[in-house]
Design a protein around this ligand. Structure first.
Ligand SMILES: [Zn+2]
Length: 126
């Protein structure tokens, strides 16, 4: 492989994740997994907007998804991407701890997805 070919390949990943909205989604998912409504609650953006970025990240094989009932959960295909984001944060002058603290937080009581409100599953199965 030539250096230009190598650079082209690397640029592909960096381009896909370079939009702030996509970096936000990667941080919101972190080492866990999240459904669209979860991300909607956490990030405060419209579902259509989030879905559009989820689609691009999945197409680039950065995210993988799985369906469970009426929810589709997204997770990172390789968590190494978080190390890349963490390094980029450090290069931006941010403390790595601030990235860690904001990675995969719980949105709180407003989110009714089964991950945040497990009682919703048990109630519906009764
Ligand atoms: Zn949730």
């Amino acid at each position: 492989m030539t250096i230009p070919a190598l650079a082209e390949k690397i640029a592909g990943v960096l381009q896909v994740i370079s939009l702030p909205a996509r970096l936000a989604i990667l941080l919101a998912i972190g080492r866990g997994e999240a459904c669209v409504c979860h991300l909607e609650t956490l990030l405060g953006w419209r579902q259509a907007y989030i879905s559009q970025h989820l689609m691009a990240l999945r197409k680039a094989e950065i995210l993988q998804d799985r369906r469970e009932g009426r929810y589709v959960y997204y997770r990172l295909r390789d968590e190494a991407i978080l190390a890349l984001v963490r390094d980029a944060a450090t290069l931006s002058g941010l403390a790595p701890q601030s990235v860690d603290a904001l990675t995969n937080p719980k949105p709180g009581p407003a989110c009714e997805c089964p991950h945040c409100a497990p009682q919703f599953i048990s109630l519906s199965q009764d």
